[in-house]
Design a protein around this ligand. Sequence first.
Ligand code: HSE
Length: 438
Amino acid sequence: MKPINAGLLGIGTVGGGTFNVLARNAAEITRRAGRPIRITRVADKNLDLARQVTAGRAQVTDDAFAVVADPEIDIVIELIGGCGIARELVLQAIANGKHVVTANKALLAMHGNEIFAAAHEKGVMVAFEAAVAGGIPIIKALREGLTANRIQWIAGIINGTTNFILSEMRDKGLPFDVVLKEAQRLGYAEADPTFDIEGVDAAHKITILSALAFGIPMQFGKAHVEGISKLEAEDIKYAEQLGYRIKLLGIARRRAEGVELRVHPTLIPARRLIANVEGAMNAVLVQGDAVGATLYYGKGAGAEPTASAVIADLVDVTRMHTADPEHRVPHLAFQPDAMEDTPILPLSEVETSYYLRLRVEDKPGVLADITRILADQGISIDAMIQREPGEGESQTDIIMLTHVTREKNVDAAIAKDRGAAGGQEEGDPAAHGRAGLR
Ligand code: HSE
């Protein structure tokens, strides 16, 4: 049983976890893979850290390109992240005929088409289970387990940081800024949390899932990306009163005209399992025409959960690397010559139900005006609550949930509503958002 040799680029949290789990479970993993998998070389700028983690069990360098060029290395594990040096290293590894295992969602969402084309050309594998939802085997499920299905939609909580923040805001009634600071203190959120809180990380992940689900190229640039930084605690409270929870969802939905690809805070009925995914956990719902709805739940980040996905890829590559490339599972689930050019729909064409919070004068006729404006756009109201005005207050909040309509109808109603208010605050929407999974 000749071992297969891997070179690890980046021995941070996930790299360290991968090194440790591979060592700890070596015997079990070998029984599964059919031969030992060894990380023989590690590259990291922080040589002290690399030496400390590897403890003499791998050759350590600060030159990642030397690892990628090493003829003894069969698989390159890229855990550096980002689209700079990581892109160069991955493309160089492929050019050198090496298989690649990566957790880099930004790289695949933005440069995946180029990377998979290069890998196809060279007959090497690029495996990326760890790129979406950490330890949850959602890539494997979509690419293989659900292969009989025409996938209809995917909706996922695929960013643990924002889910933690939303859970805390709901539980404790605290504003976003306060909870973000707490998340940073606890190490959930990065010092620069922009990618997480503005929905970019989730958009990278749903872009990858959409390609796997529908056999379309990666089109991150066409995704609607909206985070949670503008969400107000009172909207979480009103959603609760209507029987809903607010979650940051990544949604990819196939329609006759094209694919909806979007990330935004979403009202989900509280009775739904996915609405009860709390803290930093991840969950992905996939609806297939044959299987129906399936739900995948687990840790979306962390050293060993993510290592679990990285090592699953190492085992897959080890099993398949002697197979004829034509007989391997295609990188993106569909054969490369069978990809479709289905358009990503603009946000204005998205179909869903909507949440509206309106700050209005509490006087006769206001509600009639609002419902008329909505009716003129063909928007039907599903549920409504009106807050009791406070002592001496002349204004109040009206909160509405609509039936399914198109985004452009809601935009038109909001524009008309603002116009009708004639510069006064009456009817001015204080917040609006989308609901789903009803
Ligand atoms: N930053 C991500 C999250 C984890 O908060 O879920 C890695 O994908």
